[in-house]
Design a protein around this ligand. Structure first.
Ligand SMILES: O=C(O)[C@H]1O[C@H](OP(=O)(O)OP(=O)(O)OC[C@H]2O[C@@H](n3ccc(=O)[nH]c3=O)[C@H](O)[C@@H]2O)[C@H](O)[C@@H](O)[C@@H]1O
Length: 437
């Protein structure tokens, strides 16, 4: 009422001297005033509503968060999104697991996610789709997973609000943590990205796991590179890992120590897997077997590294399907985490396994196999191994994984590369097969 009184009072007073027009009836003026006031109120509430909606949908982030800029454009959240998350993570098999797979649009992540889904486990993927290599390949893998029934959330492992949300929506029994900055030599160009993903990112994931209720068991990707300058072969889990040859290796080694801490303090069950040069269909374009294939087909020269005195450089190349079996066996045999509400209740399992092939192959032989499969002679450019993080050879002792995980690699390099080349040619032919396994 008082507002009405005020309005009628105002009606009789010119707002600005000279603008008050006596020729218009006060009634008409009042009507106009009311309608503009109503409009104003309408727009005000619309604006307020929009702001509220934006606030509720966007995740809170701390100002010190290095991914803050990318978080602003993050699109997670909302009822439809949560429904997709729940449905993707729903367990369909009896005694199935509910697994959060980080780095799900990556090479190993895609294969592991699909394999889990096929056997009836619930799987939710998470990936930030960064451009370390062509994101189109990651999107193609995502499309493939989508058809398998796996939803890959677009987000960063450093986004702790997102991780919290995921654990709020789903009570994951396991986390398969594969998101990382990979590549040995790239560490010299972009050291920060290794610290961001492999150290800060790992801590962010472990923080979310430790606070989750129930705490999940964690299996994560370490690397054969932690053996660094170790010269005792084959590499056993008991050998020294305190001489990393690259920052990449150092961040993976740091990850193993961080895992120890979270196991010790919070009772998290953690298994680290030291992968040995994993290759296969849907692989990583930054790896030698992949870009050698591309460059041989283009007639470009390929740099082949040699050790001192023309010494052989060799790798224990391991086929993706063998690695997937090792990952699944690790999840299946993982003990439960013992903590709850961020507090340890008892000792929990802490394991590290080599997942290799136990038969190192010289890089020159890798090239010969590719030449035969592609029916093209490579333009070989022999060169001294640059001092940028590489080690001369790797060779896994897998007896521990054999004993504990029943891990038994079955694919030799020739057979595995044949499958890779078949996929590579089909993927790049733009044919219908482009997105099949
Ligand atoms: O085992 C591992 O954990 C690591 O395996 C690979 O690292 P790497 O073995 O160096 O794989 P590639 O980069 O594909 O190199 C394979 C071999 O080719 C050699 N190479 C590489 C590049 C090149 O131009 N020429 C060349 O001869 C390397 O010295 C190496 O012996 C992955 O890139 C790492 O992310 C992973 O952590």
């Amino acid at each position: 009422m008082s507002q009405l009184k005020q309005i009628s009072h105002l009606d009789n007073i010119p707002s600005t001297p000279g603008k008050f027009k006596m020729d218009k009836s006060p009634y008409i003026h009042r009507l106009r005033w009311h309608s503009s006031h109503a409009k104003l109120t309408f727009w005000f509430f619309l604006f307020l509503g929009l702001m509220l909606l934006l606030f509720l949908r966007s995740p809170p982030s701390s100002p010190s968060d290095p991914t803050r800029r990318s978080l602003r454009t993050s699109t997670w959240g909302g009822p439809a999104w949560e429904k997709r998350v729940r449905s993707s993570a729903r367990v369909r098999a009896r005694h199935g697991l509910s697994v959060l797979v980080t780095g799900a649009a990556g090479f190993v992540g895609t294969h592991v996610s699909a394999a889990l889904k096929r056997r009836g486990d619930g799987v939710l993927g998470l990936d930030n789709f960064n451009d370390y290599y062509d994101p189109a390949l990651k999107r193609a893998r995502q499309a493939l997973l989508d058809r398998t029934g796996v939803f890959v959330v677009d987000g960063d492992i450093n986004d702790s609000a997102l991780l919290r949300k995921l654990f709020d929506v789903v009570a994951f029994t396991h986390v398969m943590h594969l998101a990382a900055q990979a590549g040995v030599r790239y560490a010299m160009q972009n050291p920060g990205s290794y610290v961001h993903s492999n150290i800060a990112g790992l801590v962010s994931v472990l923080e979310a796991c430790k606070s989750a209720n129930p705490q999940p068991a964690i299996v994560w990707a370490s690397s054969s590179s932690v053996y660094g300058l170790n010269s005792k072969v084959p590499f056993s889990e008991r050998d020294r890992t305190d001489q990393p040859a690259s920052l990449y290796a150092a961040t993976k080694k740091a990850g193993e120590e961080i895992a120890h801490t979270y196991n010790h303090i919070y009772g998290l069950s953690i298994t680290g897997l030291r992968f040995f040069t994993v290759y296969g269909p849907w692989g990583r374009p930054d790896m030698a077997y992949f870009f050698f294939t591309k460059d041989i087909l283009k007639g470009k020269s390929i740099p082949i590294f040699e050790g001192p005195d023309h010494g052989t450089v060799a790798r224990d190349f391991t086929y993706i399907d063998d690695i997937v079996k090792g990952c699944l066996a690790s999840l299946d045999t993982a003990g439960k985490s013992t903590g709850s509400g961020g507090k340890k209740k008892g000792p929990a399992q802490l394991r590290v396994f080599n997942l290799g092939n136990t038969s190192p192959v010289p890089v020159t032989q890798l090239v010969s196999i590719l030449e035969r499969l592609l029916k093209v002679k490579a333009n070989r450019m022999m060169m001294k191994m640059p001092r940028n993080g590489d080690v001369q050879f790797t060779h896994a002792n897998i007896s521990l994984a054999q004993r504990e995980l029943k891990y038994k690699p079955t694919t030799d390099l020739q057979t595995g590369l044949k499958k890779f080349v078949r996929w590579y040619l089909s993927y790049n032919s733009g044919s219908q097969k482009k997105s099949s396994w």
